[in-house]
Design a protein around this ligand. Structure first.
Ligand code: ARE
Length: 525
Protein backbone atom coordinates (compact mmCIF):
# COMPACT_ATOMS: atom_id res chain seq x y z
CA UNK A 1 0.00 0.00 0.00
CA UNK A 2 1.02 3.58 -0.77
CA UNK A 3 1.66 4.58 2.86
CA UNK A 4 4.56 2.15 3.04
CA UNK A 5 6.65 3.97 0.45
CA UNK A 6 9.08 6.47 1.89
CA UNK A 7 9.60 10.07 0.91
CA UNK A 8 12.57 11.79 -0.64
CA UNK A 9 13.01 15.04 -2.54
CA UNK A 10 16.29 16.57 -3.66
CA UNK A 11 15.84 19.52 -1.25
CA UNK A 12 18.10 20.88 1.51
CA UNK A 13 16.63 18.51 4.11
CA UNK A 14 17.26 15.32 2.15
CA UNK A 15 20.27 16.06 -0.02
CA UNK A 16 23.15 18.25 1.08
CA UNK A 17 26.92 18.41 1.21
CA UNK A 18 29.35 19.15 4.02
CA UNK A 19 33.14 19.10 3.87
CA UNK A 20 33.28 17.37 0.50
CA UNK A 21 30.79 14.58 1.15
CA UNK A 22 27.12 14.18 0.36
CA UNK A 23 24.33 13.18 2.73
CA UNK A 24 21.24 11.53 1.23
CA UNK A 25 18.19 11.02 3.47
CA UNK A 26 14.84 9.28 3.25
CA UNK A 27 11.85 9.58 5.54
CA UNK A 28 9.57 6.57 6.02
CA UNK A 29 6.73 5.39 8.23
CA UNK A 30 8.20 3.59 11.23
CA UNK A 31 8.62 -0.09 10.47
CA UNK A 32 7.35 0.17 6.91
CA UNK A 33 10.74 -0.23 5.26
CA UNK A 34 12.76 -3.39 5.76
CA UNK A 35 15.73 -2.25 3.71
CA UNK A 36 16.63 0.90 1.84
CA UNK A 37 19.45 1.00 -0.68
CA UNK A 38 20.80 3.96 -2.56
CA UNK A 39 21.41 3.03 -6.19
CA UNK A 40 24.07 4.96 -8.08
CA UNK A 41 24.97 4.80 -11.78
CA UNK A 42 26.38 1.43 -12.76
CA UNK A 43 30.06 2.07 -12.20
CA UNK A 44 29.45 3.27 -8.61
CA UNK A 45 27.07 0.58 -7.42
CA UNK A 46 24.75 0.35 -4.43
CA UNK A 47 25.00 1.75 -0.90
CA UNK A 48 22.97 0.36 1.99
CA UNK A 49 21.23 3.12 3.96
CA UNK A 50 21.54 3.31 7.73
CA UNK A 51 18.48 3.68 9.92
CA UNK A 52 19.33 7.04 11.49
CA UNK A 53 16.60 8.12 13.89
CA UNK A 54 12.91 7.80 14.67
CA UNK A 55 10.31 10.23 15.83
CA UNK A 56 6.65 9.39 16.39
CA UNK A 57 5.31 8.14 13.09
CA UNK A 58 8.46 8.54 11.08
CA UNK A 59 11.99 7.33 10.81
CA UNK A 60 14.94 8.51 8.76
CA UNK A 61 17.45 6.56 6.66
CA UNK A 62 20.76 8.00 5.58
CA UNK A 63 23.65 7.28 3.24
CA UNK A 64 26.84 9.33 3.15
CA UNK A 65 28.92 9.45 -0.04
CA UNK A 66 32.29 10.89 -0.93
CA UNK A 67 32.15 13.86 -3.32
CA UNK A 68 29.86 16.85 -3.51
CA UNK A 69 28.98 17.35 -7.15
CA UNK A 70 25.82 16.67 -9.08
CA UNK A 71 24.40 13.28 -8.22
CA UNK A 72 22.34 10.82 -10.18
CA UNK A 73 20.61 8.27 -7.97
CA UNK A 74 17.57 6.25 -7.17
CA UNK A 75 16.46 4.09 -4.25
CA UNK A 76 15.64 0.46 -3.97
CA UNK A 77 13.09 -0.06 -1.22
CA UNK A 78 12.05 -3.37 0.26
CA UNK A 79 8.95 -3.07 2.42
CA UNK A 80 8.16 -5.04 5.52
CA UNK A 81 5.67 -6.99 3.44
CA UNK A 82 8.38 -8.08 1.04
CA UNK A 83 7.50 -5.80 -1.87
CA UNK A 84 10.38 -4.19 -3.71
CA UNK A 85 10.25 -0.97 -5.67
CA UNK A 86 12.57 1.54 -7.27
CA UNK A 87 12.14 5.22 -6.44
CA UNK A 88 13.64 7.77 -8.76
CA UNK A 89 15.69 8.44 -10.72
CA UNK A 90 16.77 11.76 -9.26
CA UNK A 91 19.45 14.02 -10.61
CA UNK A 92 20.40 17.03 -8.53
CA UNK A 93 23.15 19.22 -7.18
CA UNK A 94 23.21 18.74 -3.38
CA UNK A 95 22.33 21.77 -1.30
CA UNK A 96 25.46 23.52 -0.05
CA UNK A 97 25.03 25.80 2.96
CA UNK A 98 26.72 29.16 2.78
CA UNK A 99 28.61 29.34 6.04
CA UNK A 100 31.55 31.51 7.02
CA UNK A 101 34.52 29.17 6.71
CA UNK A 102 36.33 30.56 9.76
CA UNK A 103 33.81 29.28 12.28
CA UNK A 104 34.69 25.60 12.03
CA UNK A 105 38.12 25.86 13.62
CA UNK A 106 36.78 27.94 16.50
CA UNK A 107 36.06 27.32 20.13
CA UNK A 108 34.01 30.13 21.64
CA UNK A 109 34.40 31.72 25.04
CA UNK A 110 31.41 33.63 26.37
CA UNK A 111 31.87 36.60 28.67
CA UNK A 112 29.32 38.68 30.50
CA UNK A 113 31.56 41.75 30.80
CA UNK A 114 30.28 43.02 34.15
CA UNK A 115 31.17 39.70 35.76
CA UNK A 116 34.62 39.07 34.32
CA UNK A 117 37.34 41.50 35.35
CA UNK A 118 37.84 45.14 36.27
CA UNK A 119 40.38 46.96 34.19
CA UNK A 120 39.54 50.57 34.93
CA UNK A 121 39.92 51.84 38.47
CA UNK A 122 37.06 53.42 40.27
CA UNK A 123 34.01 51.75 38.73
CA UNK A 124 31.32 51.45 41.37
CA UNK A 125 30.66 48.00 42.69
CA UNK A 126 27.46 46.66 44.19
CA UNK A 127 25.09 43.75 44.25
CA UNK A 128 24.01 44.27 40.67
CA UNK A 129 27.09 45.86 39.10
CA UNK A 130 30.29 43.97 39.86
CA UNK A 131 32.30 46.47 37.87
CA UNK A 132 33.79 44.33 35.11
CA UNK A 133 34.68 46.18 31.91
CA UNK A 134 36.33 45.85 28.52
CA UNK A 135 39.72 46.89 29.85
CA UNK A 136 39.40 43.91 32.17
CA UNK A 137 38.95 41.62 29.19
CA UNK A 138 42.02 43.07 27.51
CA UNK A 139 43.96 42.52 30.71
CA UNK A 140 42.96 38.82 30.69
CA UNK A 141 43.48 37.98 27.03
CA UNK A 142 46.44 35.91 28.17
CA UNK A 143 43.99 33.69 30.01
CA UNK A 144 41.98 33.14 26.83
CA UNK A 145 45.18 32.28 24.97
CA UNK A 146 46.33 29.89 27.63
CA UNK A 147 42.95 28.19 27.53
CA UNK A 148 43.17 27.99 23.74
CA UNK A 149 39.83 29.51 22.82
CA UNK A 150 39.86 31.53 19.59
CA UNK A 151 36.49 33.25 19.44
CA UNK A 152 34.67 35.45 21.87
CA UNK A 153 30.96 36.06 22.44
CA UNK A 154 30.22 39.11 24.55
CA UNK A 155 26.77 39.67 26.03
CA UNK A 156 25.60 43.25 25.29
CA UNK A 157 28.11 46.07 25.60
CA UNK A 158 26.09 49.09 24.45
CA UNK A 159 24.78 51.97 26.60
CA UNK A 160 22.16 50.73 29.01
CA UNK A 161 21.07 50.94 32.64
CA UNK A 162 21.52 47.42 33.95
CA UNK A 163 24.57 45.26 34.57
CA UNK A 164 23.41 42.70 31.95
CA UNK A 165 22.76 45.45 29.37
CA UNK A 166 19.84 43.78 27.57
CA UNK A 167 18.00 47.13 27.82
CA UNK A 168 19.86 49.19 25.25
CA UNK A 169 19.53 52.97 25.32
CA UNK A 170 22.03 53.70 22.54
CA UNK A 171 22.97 51.11 19.95
CA UNK A 172 25.76 53.20 18.50
CA UNK A 173 27.88 53.63 21.59
CA UNK A 174 29.78 51.33 23.88
CA UNK A 175 28.70 51.70 27.49
CA UNK A 176 30.87 54.29 29.25
CA UNK A 177 31.00 52.07 32.33
CA UNK A 178 32.72 49.45 30.17
CA UNK A 179 35.31 51.95 29.01
CA UNK A 180 33.55 53.40 25.99
CA UNK A 181 34.57 53.48 22.36
CA UNK A 182 38.31 53.93 22.87
CA UNK A 183 38.67 50.76 24.91
CA UNK A 184 36.48 48.82 22.50
CA UNK A 185 38.78 49.82 19.64
CA UNK A 186 41.77 48.62 21.60
CA UNK A 187 40.02 45.36 22.41
CA UNK A 188 39.31 44.77 18.72
CA UNK A 189 42.95 45.45 17.90
CA UNK A 190 44.21 43.06 20.56
CA UNK A 191 41.78 40.34 19.47
CA UNK A 192 42.84 40.64 15.83
CA UNK A 193 46.48 40.34 16.85
CA UNK A 194 45.70 37.04 18.52
CA UNK A 195 43.33 35.78 15.81
CA UNK A 196 40.41 35.72 18.22
CA UNK A 197 37.10 36.40 16.45
CA UNK A 198 34.38 38.44 18.07
CA UNK A 199 30.61 38.16 18.04
CA UNK A 200 28.34 40.69 19.70
CA UNK A 201 24.90 40.35 21.24
CA UNK A 202 22.23 42.15 19.21
CA UNK A 203 19.12 43.02 21.18
CA UNK A 204 16.61 43.81 18.47
CA UNK A 205 13.48 42.27 19.89
CA UNK A 206 13.07 45.24 22.22
CA UNK A 207 14.90 48.38 23.27
CA UNK A 208 15.16 49.95 26.68
CA UNK A 209 12.20 51.96 27.94
CA UNK A 210 14.76 54.76 28.19
CA UNK A 211 15.82 54.57 24.56
CA UNK A 212 15.25 58.07 23.11
CA UNK A 213 12.83 56.67 20.50
CA UNK A 214 10.57 55.15 23.14
CA UNK A 215 10.88 58.20 25.34
CA UNK A 216 9.64 60.21 22.41
CA UNK A 217 6.65 57.87 22.08
CA UNK A 218 5.87 58.19 25.79
CA UNK A 219 5.99 61.96 25.55
CA UNK A 220 4.38 62.61 22.18
CA UNK A 221 2.23 59.52 21.65
CA UNK A 222 0.39 59.73 18.33
CA UNK A 223 2.46 62.71 17.27
CA UNK A 224 5.75 60.91 17.82
CA UNK A 225 7.64 60.14 14.65
CA UNK A 226 8.68 56.88 16.33
CA UNK A 227 5.19 55.63 17.15
CA UNK A 228 5.46 52.93 14.50
CA UNK A 229 8.76 51.72 15.99
CA UNK A 230 6.98 50.04 18.86
CA UNK A 231 3.76 48.17 19.51
CA UNK A 232 1.65 50.58 21.44
CA UNK A 233 -1.66 48.96 22.37
CA UNK A 234 -3.66 51.86 23.85
CA UNK A 235 -3.63 55.30 25.26
CA UNK A 236 -2.00 56.66 27.29
CA UNK A 237 1.20 54.71 26.61
CA UNK A 238 1.88 54.80 30.34
CA UNK A 239 -0.55 56.07 32.98
CA UNK A 240 0.10 59.06 35.24
CA UNK A 241 0.95 56.92 38.23
CA UNK A 242 3.63 55.09 36.25
CA UNK A 243 5.31 58.42 35.50
CA UNK A 244 4.91 59.60 39.08
CA UNK A 245 6.73 56.53 40.41
CA UNK A 246 9.30 56.73 37.65
CA UNK A 247 10.18 60.32 38.52
CA UNK A 248 10.02 59.89 42.29
CA UNK A 249 13.00 60.09 44.62
CA UNK A 250 13.00 56.35 45.43
CA UNK A 251 16.13 54.39 44.55
CA UNK A 252 16.06 53.03 41.00
CA UNK A 253 15.56 49.39 42.02
CA UNK A 254 12.56 50.31 44.18
CA UNK A 255 11.00 52.24 41.33
CA UNK A 256 11.68 49.36 38.96
CA UNK A 257 9.74 46.94 41.17
CA UNK A 258 6.93 49.39 42.04
CA UNK A 259 6.18 49.97 38.36
CA UNK A 260 5.95 46.23 37.76
CA UNK A 261 2.55 46.12 39.46
CA UNK A 262 1.09 48.96 37.36
CA UNK A 263 -0.50 48.86 33.90
CA UNK A 264 0.92 50.15 30.65
CA UNK A 265 -0.09 50.06 27.02
CA UNK A 266 2.69 48.58 24.96
CA UNK A 267 4.04 45.14 24.18
CA UNK A 268 7.26 44.20 25.90
CA UNK A 269 9.65 41.33 26.51
CA UNK A 270 8.00 38.91 28.98
CA UNK A 271 5.94 41.81 30.36
CA UNK A 272 9.08 43.52 31.59
CA UNK A 273 8.18 47.21 31.36
CA UNK A 274 11.81 48.18 30.92
CA UNK A 275 11.91 46.37 27.57
CA UNK A 276 9.28 47.63 25.05
CA UNK A 277 9.01 45.42 22.01
CA UNK A 278 9.97 46.78 18.62
CA UNK A 279 7.48 46.64 15.76
CA UNK A 280 9.27 44.34 13.35
CA UNK A 281 6.72 44.91 10.60
CA UNK A 282 7.91 48.47 10.22
CA UNK A 283 10.38 49.09 7.40
CA UNK A 284 12.02 51.81 9.52
CA UNK A 285 12.71 49.33 12.29
CA UNK A 286 14.21 46.92 9.78
CA UNK A 287 16.40 49.64 8.38
CA UNK A 288 17.49 50.60 11.89
CA UNK A 289 18.45 47.02 12.79
CA UNK A 290 20.40 46.65 9.56
CA UNK A 291 22.27 49.89 10.23
CA UNK A 292 23.27 48.87 13.74
CA UNK A 293 24.46 45.47 12.59
CA UNK A 294 26.54 46.95 9.81
CA UNK A 295 27.95 49.68 12.00
CA UNK A 296 29.65 47.22 14.38
CA UNK A 297 30.72 44.85 11.63
CA UNK A 298 32.61 47.76 10.14
CA UNK A 299 34.17 48.39 13.53
CA UNK A 300 35.55 44.95 14.16
CA UNK A 301 32.75 42.49 14.96
CA UNK A 302 32.77 39.20 13.03
CA UNK A 303 29.20 38.21 13.72
CA UNK A 304 26.08 38.57 15.82
CA UNK A 305 24.24 36.53 18.38
CA UNK A 306 20.66 37.72 18.04
CA UNK A 307 18.70 38.01 21.26
CA UNK A 308 15.15 36.64 21.45
CA UNK A 309 15.45 35.77 17.77
CA UNK A 310 12.41 33.51 18.10
CA UNK A 311 10.34 36.57 19.01
CA UNK A 312 11.05 38.26 15.69
CA UNK A 313 9.63 37.12 12.33
CA UNK A 314 12.07 34.88 10.43
CA UNK A 315 11.74 36.97 7.25
CA UNK A 316 13.35 39.88 9.03
CA UNK A 317 16.43 37.80 9.76
CA UNK A 318 16.49 36.43 6.22
CA UNK A 319 16.49 40.01 4.98
CA UNK A 320 19.41 40.89 7.30
CA UNK A 321 21.31 37.79 6.31
CA UNK A 322 21.04 38.65 2.61
CA UNK A 323 22.38 42.13 3.25
CA UNK A 324 25.44 40.88 5.22
CA UNK A 325 28.74 39.73 3.73
CA UNK A 326 29.04 35.93 3.66
CA UNK A 327 31.77 35.94 6.29
CA UNK A 328 29.50 37.25 9.05
CA UNK A 329 28.46 34.52 11.50
CA UNK A 330 24.82 34.83 12.54
CA UNK A 331 23.52 32.88 15.52
CA UNK A 332 19.93 33.18 16.61
CA UNK A 333 18.81 32.74 20.18
CA UNK A 334 16.11 30.20 19.40
CA UNK A 335 15.05 27.96 22.24
CA UNK A 336 12.67 25.60 20.51
CA UNK A 337 12.51 23.93 17.11
CA UNK A 338 15.35 25.36 15.02
CA UNK A 339 13.84 24.23 11.70
CA UNK A 340 12.13 27.49 10.71
CA UNK A 341 15.39 29.36 11.29
CA UNK A 342 18.23 27.34 9.81
CA UNK A 343 19.91 27.25 7.46
CA UNK A 344 18.44 30.30 5.76
CA UNK A 345 17.75 32.90 8.49
CA UNK A 346 20.82 32.05 10.61
CA UNK A 347 23.88 29.88 10.09
CA UNK A 348 23.12 28.30 13.42
CA UNK A 349 21.08 28.81 16.56
CA UNK A 350 21.97 28.46 20.21
CA UNK A 351 21.64 24.71 20.44
CA UNK A 352 19.00 24.32 23.15
CA UNK A 353 17.70 21.00 21.77
CA UNK A 354 21.19 19.53 22.15
CA UNK A 355 21.50 21.07 25.61
CA UNK A 356 18.25 19.37 26.61
CA UNK A 357 19.51 15.99 25.41
CA UNK A 358 22.77 16.46 27.29
CA UNK A 359 20.86 17.29 30.45
CA UNK A 360 18.65 14.23 30.12
CA UNK A 361 21.57 11.92 29.50
CA UNK A 362 24.39 13.29 31.67
CA UNK A 363 22.53 15.12 34.43
CA UNK A 364 19.20 13.38 34.97
CA UNK A 365 20.34 10.00 33.69
CA UNK A 366 16.76 9.70 32.55
CA UNK A 367 17.56 8.41 29.05
CA UNK A 368 20.11 5.75 28.15
CA UNK A 369 22.78 5.99 25.48
CA UNK A 370 20.48 4.45 22.87
CA UNK A 371 17.82 7.10 23.42
CA UNK A 372 20.49 9.78 23.57
CA UNK A 373 21.76 8.63 20.17
CA UNK A 374 18.28 8.66 18.71
CA UNK A 375 17.84 12.21 19.99
CA UNK A 376 21.15 13.28 18.45
CA UNK A 377 20.37 11.68 15.10
CA UNK A 378 16.88 13.14 15.01
CA UNK A 379 18.21 16.60 15.68
CA UNK A 380 20.78 15.96 12.98
CA UNK A 381 18.03 15.02 10.51
CA UNK A 382 16.17 18.20 11.39
CA UNK A 383 19.18 20.47 11.12
CA UNK A 384 20.80 19.00 8.05
CA UNK A 385 23.93 20.90 7.09
CA UNK A 386 23.31 23.58 9.74
CA UNK A 387 24.35 21.23 12.53
CA UNK A 388 28.01 22.01 11.89
CA UNK A 389 27.37 25.72 12.47
CA UNK A 390 25.22 25.46 15.60
CA UNK A 391 26.37 27.27 18.72
CA UNK A 392 26.76 24.41 21.23
CA UNK A 393 27.04 24.92 24.99
CA UNK A 394 26.76 23.20 28.34
CA UNK A 395 25.62 26.43 29.96
CA UNK A 396 25.37 30.17 29.41
CA UNK A 397 24.24 33.31 31.22
CA UNK A 398 20.60 32.14 31.17
CA UNK A 399 21.14 28.69 32.66
CA UNK A 400 22.55 27.32 35.84
CA UNK A 401 26.18 26.30 35.64
CA UNK A 402 26.46 22.78 34.28
CA UNK A 403 28.80 21.80 37.09
CA UNK A 404 26.17 22.84 39.63
CA UNK A 405 23.45 20.92 37.81
CA UNK A 406 25.45 17.74 37.40
CA UNK A 407 27.10 18.11 40.80
CA UNK A 408 29.92 15.81 39.78
CA UNK A 409 33.29 16.95 38.40
CA UNK A 410 34.02 13.78 36.44
CA UNK A 411 30.66 13.72 34.76
CA UNK A 412 31.02 17.41 33.98
CA UNK A 413 34.29 16.67 32.17
CA UNK A 414 32.71 13.79 30.27
CA UNK A 415 29.93 16.08 29.06
CA UNK A 416 32.58 18.59 28.04
CA UNK A 417 34.47 15.86 26.17
CA UNK A 418 31.25 15.09 24.33
CA UNK A 419 30.71 18.77 23.44
CA UNK A 420 34.27 19.15 22.14
CA UNK A 421 34.08 16.03 20.00
CA UNK A 422 30.58 16.50 18.61
CA UNK A 423 29.27 18.34 15.54
CA UNK A 424 28.70 22.09 15.96
CA UNK A 425 30.75 24.96 17.37
CA UNK A 426 31.63 24.36 21.03
CA UNK A 427 31.64 27.16 23.58
CA UNK A 428 32.70 27.71 27.16
CA UNK A 429 30.95 30.10 29.52
CA UNK A 430 33.54 32.14 31.43
CA UNK A 431 34.48 30.43 34.66
CA UNK A 432 33.49 26.92 33.64
CA UNK A 433 37.14 26.22 32.88
CA UNK A 434 38.13 26.77 36.51
CA UNK A 435 35.15 25.01 38.08
CA UNK A 436 33.38 28.25 39.01
CA UNK A 437 30.18 27.53 40.91
CA UNK A 438 27.01 29.59 40.97
CA UNK A 439 24.30 30.11 43.50
CA UNK A 440 22.26 27.03 44.11
CA UNK A 441 18.88 28.75 44.33
CA UNK A 442 18.40 28.51 40.58
CA UNK A 443 16.86 31.27 38.51
CA UNK A 444 18.04 33.21 35.54
CA UNK A 445 21.12 34.72 37.08
CA UNK A 446 22.28 31.74 39.15
CA UNK A 447 25.37 31.26 36.98
CA UNK A 448 26.50 34.87 36.83
CA UNK A 449 28.96 34.94 39.71
CA UNK A 450 32.10 36.97 39.12
CA UNK A 451 35.12 35.22 37.68
CA UNK A 452 37.72 34.19 40.25
CA UNK A 453 41.31 35.17 39.41
CA UNK A 454 43.06 33.67 42.40
CA UNK A 455 44.63 30.55 40.89
CA UNK A 456 44.78 28.96 44.29
CA UNK A 457 41.00 28.70 44.13
CA UNK A 458 40.83 27.07 40.71
CA UNK A 459 39.96 23.46 40.12
CA UNK A 460 43.19 22.58 38.34
CA UNK A 461 42.00 19.24 37.03
CA UNK A 462 39.07 20.92 35.32
CA UNK A 463 41.34 23.64 33.97
CA UNK A 464 43.95 21.23 32.59
CA UNK A 465 41.35 18.90 31.07
CA UNK A 466 39.46 21.78 29.48
CA UNK A 467 42.69 23.03 27.91
CA UNK A 468 43.52 19.56 26.62
CA UNK A 469 40.06 19.10 25.07
CA UNK A 470 40.16 22.51 23.39
CA UNK A 471 43.57 21.73 21.92
CA UNK A 472 42.27 18.42 20.63
CA UNK A 473 39.29 20.07 19.01
CA UNK A 474 41.31 22.79 17.38
CA UNK A 475 43.85 20.39 15.92
CA UNK A 476 41.41 17.96 14.40
CA UNK A 477 39.50 18.67 11.19
CA UNK A 478 37.63 15.41 11.78
CA UNK A 479 36.27 16.72 15.09
CA UNK A 480 35.28 19.97 13.41
CA UNK A 481 33.75 18.74 10.19
CA UNK A 482 33.93 14.97 10.14
CA UNK A 483 31.06 12.59 9.72
CA UNK A 484 29.62 11.31 13.00
CA UNK A 485 29.67 7.51 13.05
CA UNK A 486 28.02 5.84 16.04
CA UNK A 487 29.78 2.62 17.07
CA UNK A 488 28.10 1.57 20.28
CA UNK A 489 25.45 3.30 22.37
CA UNK A 490 24.28 1.13 25.19
CA UNK A 491 23.37 1.71 28.81
CA UNK A 492 25.62 4.57 29.86
CA UNK A 493 28.37 3.84 27.38
CA UNK A 494 28.85 5.55 24.09
CA UNK A 495 31.46 4.99 21.44
CA UNK A 496 31.55 6.96 18.24
CA UNK A 497 33.95 8.05 15.57
CA UNK A 498 34.42 11.28 13.71
CA UNK A 499 35.72 10.67 10.23
CA UNK A 500 37.07 13.06 7.62
CA UNK A 501 39.06 11.66 4.71
CA UNK A 502 41.93 9.71 6.25
CA UNK A 503 41.46 11.19 9.69
CA UNK A 504 39.50 9.10 12.15
CA UNK A 505 38.97 10.00 15.81
CA UNK A 506 37.40 7.56 18.24
CA UNK A 507 35.59 8.75 21.35
CA UNK A 508 34.55 6.56 24.26
CA UNK A 509 32.55 7.86 27.19
CA UNK A 510 31.20 5.72 30.04
CA UNK A 511 29.63 6.64 33.32
CA UNK A 512 27.47 5.27 36.07
CA UNK A 513 25.22 7.22 38.41
CA UNK A 514 27.77 6.61 41.20
CA UNK A 515 29.71 9.71 42.22
CA UNK A 516 32.86 10.61 40.26
CA UNK A 517 32.46 7.57 38.04
CA UNK A 518 32.88 8.76 34.50
CA UNK A 519 35.75 8.24 32.06
CA UNK A 520 36.37 9.33 28.54
CA UNK A 521 39.02 8.45 25.97
CA UNK A 522 39.71 10.19 22.72
CA UNK A 523 42.04 8.24 20.46
CA UNK A 524 43.27 8.32 16.91
CA UNK A 525 43.46 4.69 15.86
C1 ARE B 1 15.50 39.66 35.11
C2 ARE B 1 15.77 38.69 36.26
C3 ARE B 1 14.77 37.55 36.25
C4 ARE B 1 13.35 38.11 36.28
C5 ARE B 1 13.17 39.09 35.11
C6 ARE B 1 11.81 39.75 35.11
O1 ARE B 1 17.09 38.14 36.12
O2 ARE B 1 14.99 36.68 37.34
O3 ARE B 1 12.43 37.04 36.13
O4 ARE B 1 14.17 40.11 35.18
O5 ARE B 1 11.73 40.74 36.05
C7 ARE B 1 17.77 39.90 30.37
C8 ARE B 1 18.59 39.63 31.62
C9 ARE B 1 17.74 38.92 32.67
C10 ARE B 1 16.49 39.74 32.95
C11 ARE B 1 15.73 39.93 31.65
C12 ARE B 1 14.49 40.79 31.84
O6 ARE B 1 19.70 38.83 31.28
O7 ARE B 1 18.48 38.76 33.86
O8 ARE B 1 15.69 39.02 33.87
O9 ARE B 1 16.59 40.59 30.70
O10 ARE B 1 14.85 42.04 32.29
C13 ARE B 1 13.01 33.48 27.68
C14 ARE B 1 13.23 34.08 26.30
C15 ARE B 1 14.69 34.17 25.94
C16 ARE B 1 15.44 34.94 27.02
C17 ARE B 1 15.18 34.23 28.35
C18 ARE B 1 15.83 34.97 29.49
O11 ARE B 1 12.53 33.29 25.34
O12 ARE B 1 14.83 34.83 24.72
O13 ARE B 1 13.78 34.17 28.63
N1 ARE B 1 16.87 35.10 26.74
C19 ARE B 1 17.46 36.40 26.30
C20 ARE B 1 18.81 36.67 26.96
C21 ARE B 1 18.60 37.07 28.40
C22 ARE B 1 17.92 38.43 28.43
C23 ARE B 1 16.82 38.52 27.46
C24 ARE B 1 16.58 37.56 26.51
C25 ARE B 1 16.07 39.80 27.39
O14 ARE B 1 19.68 35.60 26.78
O15 ARE B 1 19.77 37.11 29.15
O16 ARE B 1 17.43 38.68 29.77
O17 ARE B 1 16.79 40.66 26.53
C26 ARE B 1 11.75 28.62 29.31
C27 ARE B 1 10.97 29.33 28.20
C28 ARE B 1 11.87 30.29 27.45
C29 ARE B 1 12.50 31.26 28.42
C30 ARE B 1 13.28 30.47 29.48
C31 ARE B 1 13.90 31.39 30.51
O18 ARE B 1 12.69 27.74 28.75
O19 ARE B 1 10.46 28.39 27.29
O20 ARE B 1 11.16 31.02 26.48
O21 ARE B 1 13.38 32.11 27.71
O22 ARE B 1 12.44 29.55 30.13
O23 ARE B 1 15.12 30.89 30.90
Amino acid sequence: DGGDWPFHAPSATYLYTVAGRTHVLLRAKVGAVAKATLVLPESEGMVGMRRKAREGLFEYFEAVLPGDGELEYSFEIRTRKGLTRRMGPFRAVPYRPETPRWIYERVFYQIMPDRFERGLPGTPRGRAFHGGDLAGIIKRLGHLEELGVNALYLTPIFESMTYHRYDVTDYFSIDRKLGGWGVFRELVRELKKRDIRLILDGVFHHTSFFHPYFQDVVRNRERSEYRRFYRVTGSPVVPEQFLRVLHSEEPWIERYHLIKSLDWNYESFYSVWLMPRLNHDSPEVRRFIGEVMEYWLERGADGWRLDVAHGVPPELWREMRKAMPEEVYLVGEVMDDPRPWVPDAFHGTMNYPLYELILRFFVEGEIDAGEFLNGLELLSAHLGPAEYAMYNFLDNHDTERFLDLVGDRRRYLCALAFLMTYKGIPSIFYGDEIGLRGRLDGGLSAGRASMVWDRGKWDTEIFETTKRLIRLRRRSRALQLGEFVPVRFQGRTMIYERVLGDERVRVEIRYSMEPEDCVFHVTTP
